[in-house]
Design a protein around this ligand. Structure first.
Ligand code: NAD
Length: 264
């Protein structure tokens, strides 16, 4: 066990199962001595999340649906009550109706747009509002993005627009919170086979394409993302804020197909 996160306490939001990116980060933080609280969305996920929480010695497993302000308030109230403070927060939450994660972005209806932006972007602002009063200088807030925020990637559609808004939020929040010594960053992860990703049209093709064309010629794992998360959440990242850090085996630097890649 390392000690990079010794004495630090934080909330990781977005564990659905042991393939979740949030779980990769939670495990990496716990392995460095950090104390982790987890939230889960809805009763169906509780039975998945509780055993995971036990495995990392987490004493707080709280329900939280970010579309319900009362449940967000209750989760933070519970942490304030028991811990009094918070050193870090991980927001690894996103949602869009999968009906619109295929076909044309042009066809996105207003209700699907607003829901995707609410859950995938505004919820980060909402949880930061509650986390910041519990934080001292040195606090670190982290969210999760994807390349589809910057460039058109197939089927990502309204989620790409939501992630663009999320990345802009990171910059504005970083500016708001810098004088309090609180940092705000995002990780832009390469594609990983998770529950959320399974809603994206043709996701297997996207995974294969990235594997064949990324400089490292593989896909990232939740351990890769966990390591980068640790850097941004710990004091190793003390000079970094407002950043969108790519953890994608280098895929974002590539401009054309790898000429040696087979057809898929
Ligand atoms: P996941 O399905 O394991 O996690 C998504 C989480 O969002 C789940 O825990 C789900 O319960 C939660 N969630 C959805 N709606 C919610 C709500 N209303 N209230 C509270 N929680 C809610 O999938 P993941 O891929 O680990 O996703 C985590 C984050 O990483 C998301 O923001 C996703 O967009 C982002 N991301 C994923 C990939 C990928 O390829 N998997 C790549 C880049 C970024």
């Amino acid at each position: 066990v390392g000690t990079l996160m010794a004495g630090k306490r934080g909330l990781v939001m977005g564990v659905a199962n042991d393939r979740s990116i949030a779980w990769g980060i939670a495990r990496a933080v716990a392995a460095q001595g950090g104390q982790v609280a987890l939230t889960y969305q809805g009763d169906a996920l509780e039975k998945r999340v509780r055993p995971l929480a036990e495995g990392i010695g987490s004493r707080h497993v709280l329900p939280c649906d970010v579309t319900d302000d009362a449940s967000v308030d209750a989760a933070f109230a519970a942490l304030r009550e028991d811990w009094g403070g918070l050193d870090f927060l991980v927001h690894a939450i996103g949602f869009a109706d999968k009906q619109f994660l295929r076909g044309r972005y042009l066809d996105t209806p207003r209700d699907a747009f607003l829901q995707a932006l609410d859950i995938s972007c505004y919820s980060f602002v909402s949880v930061c509002q509650r986390a910041v009063p519990l934080m001292r200088p040195g606090g670190s807030l982290l969210t999760m993005s994807y390349l589809g925020a910057e460039r058109v990637t197939p089927h990502y559609n309204v989620m790409g627009v939501a992630k663009a808004a999320l990345e802009a939020s990171v910059r504005y929040l970083a500016a708001d919170l810098g004088t309090a010594g609180i940092r705000v960053n995002a990780i832009s992860a390469g594609p990983i086979k998770t529950l959320a990703a399974s809603g994206i049209g043709d996701f297997r093709y996207i995974l294969k394409w990235n594997q064949l064309n990324a400089p490292l010629r593989r896909n990232v794992t939740i351990e890769d993302v966990g390591g980068a998360g640790l850097y941004l959440l710990s004091d190793l990242g003390s000079g970094v804020t407002g950043e969108v850090h790519h953890v994608d085996c280098g895929y974002h630097v590539v401009g054309m197909k790898n000429p040696d890649a087979p057809d898929i």
